[in-house]
Design a protein around this ligand. Structure first.
Ligand code: CTP
Ligand code: CA
Length: 227
């Protein structure tokens, strides 16, 4: 019923969404990761699908079930795997949304046997992962709408605007992750949508499902995508 009652303003649009954290192995039994429930990305994927889009969802490990209505679901672990999947699918996409909490670093000295704790101390060398959004900003076509998320604990709008410019996004969605009742594991969120002209639109605190709908309304009405 919900499906049939939803407006189909995204009909025929190809949408690529990344969600969840990535995890980077230290050895076969241990890893480092980022905080992310994946909920915001999954709600966007569901809502875009309900509104008629063909959605490819590329996700790191989460405990959320992928919406049944997706065109394609791709499960990845590391940032490198996520990057490769994104590069394989982005060309055909009209809208690309990076909600994933990509690990900024990976372990340089990965051990393919389990590290024993006997030594009392180990040193991990971390090297930078590819910045997937930045790479997309460099290769995207004029007709493609590129949307990033920015997770900040302070100077929210300034840092988010800086990322929008540095990664050549059309839109960046800023989240204040220092607030306890929103973001991360919560079903609630509050965001600011910033476009490349510098306009800021506040999306007040609500469920992630609701926020996803408002974000799509914004995109639909923004004039960024052509019919
Ligand atoms: N992102 C990405 N690849 C990375 C890191 C981030 O594609 N290796 C994307 C995220 O999916 C998000 C945006 O870039 O859409 C901003 O991520 P964020 O972690 O807020 O910013 P960073 O550029 O990683 O900077 P920092 O963590 O230092 O604030
Ligand atoms: Ca980061």
């Amino acid at each position: 019923l919900e499906y049939s009652l939803t407006k189909k303003d995204m009909k025929g649009k190809n949408v690529l969404i990344t969600a969840g954290p990535t995890i980077e192995p230290i050895d076969p039994v241990r890893n480092i990761t980022n905080r992310s429930s994946g909920k915001m990305g999954y709600e966007l994927a569901r809502s875009f699908s309900y509104r008629g889009a063909n959605v490819v969802l590329i996700s790191g490990p989460t405990s959320v079930n992928p919406p049944y209505i997706l065109k394609k679901f791709i499960s990845v672990k590391t940032a490198d795997e996520m990057r490769n999947a994104v590069m394989k699918y982005y060309q055909n996409s009209d809208i690309i949304i990076m909600t994933a909490a990509v690990s900024d670093f990976k372990v340089k000295n990965y051990s393919d046997v389990k590290i024993k704790k006997d030594s009392g101390e180990i040193t991990l060398q971390l090297i930078k992962n590819p910045d997937i959004l930045k790479e997309l900003g460099e290769v995207k076509k004029e007709s493609q709408l590129l949307i990033g998320f920015a997770a900040e604990t302070n100077n929210l709008l300034d840092y988010a605007k800086k990322k929008l410019i540095e990664k050549n996004c059309d839109i960046i969605i800023a989240n204040d992750v220092s607030k306890k009742d929103i973001g991360f594991d919560s079903d609630l969120n509050e965001t600011y949508i910033i476009n490349k002209m510098g306009d800021v639109t506040h999306v007040e605190k609500s469920t992630k499902k609701d926020i996803a709908f408002r974000i799509i309304d914004y995109i639909s009405n923004s004039g960024f995508i052509k019919a």
